[in-house]
Design a protein around this ligand. Structure first.
Ligand code: FES
Length: 167
């Protein structure tokens, strides 16, 4: 069964006709050809498919496109351009926050959301009282980024990049 879905993706209105079983990840990659968002495990375990939907990061492999009628979706393609990188992209470049690069789009979408979560006062398992906590500790960043796996092990450089932008 196919159905129509209207999404705003990276600021552009997009109309899709998708099978009702199509994940948001496949809709982005296969229907909109936005292949910056990666498919790693396709089971919600690696974070490679992380995108920002209505201001919250999600694993796009775990949700159906039809569940996001009218939503605002931001993918890695919407964060910056080759000429004008998003500050988080620039920090990842500066600190070599990647090796093969496959997890990088998801890492960056997550990292951008982490800083937004801090601004909004959304608690984590490490800190449940952000009003008395230091702005953003390394432990806090590690906890909040724990859903994004890097098989190359670039974690310390990823951390350095996020710390720089959070400062
Ligand atoms: Fe979605 Fe791994 S591809 S979490």
């Amino acid at each position: 069964v196919t159905t129509k879905v209207a999404l705003t993706v990276n600021g552009q209105q997009r109309q899709l006709e998708v099978d009702t079983r199509t994940t948001l990840l496949d809709a982005l990659r296969e229907h909109l050809r936005l292949t910056g968002t990666k498919k790693g495990c396709d089971q919600g375990q690696c974070g490679a498919c992380t995108v920002i939907v209505d201001g919250r990061r999600i694993n796009s492999c775990l949700t159906l496109a039809v569940m996001h009628q009218g939503a605002q979706v931001t993918t890695i393609e919407g964060l910056g351009t080759p000429d004008k990188l998003h500050p988080m992209q620039a920090a990842f470049v500066k600190h070599d926050g990647y090796q093969c690069g496959y997890c990088t789009p998801g890492q960056i979408c997550s990292a951008v959301s982490v800083l937004d979560e801090i601004r909004k006062g959304i608690p984590s398992h490490v800190t449940d009282d952000l009003t008395s906590a230091p702005l953003l500790t390394e432990a806090e960043i590690r906890e909040r980024m724990s859903g994004n796996i890097c098989r190359c092990g670039a974690y310390s450089n990823i951390l350095d990049a996020i710390v720089e932008v959070s400062g």
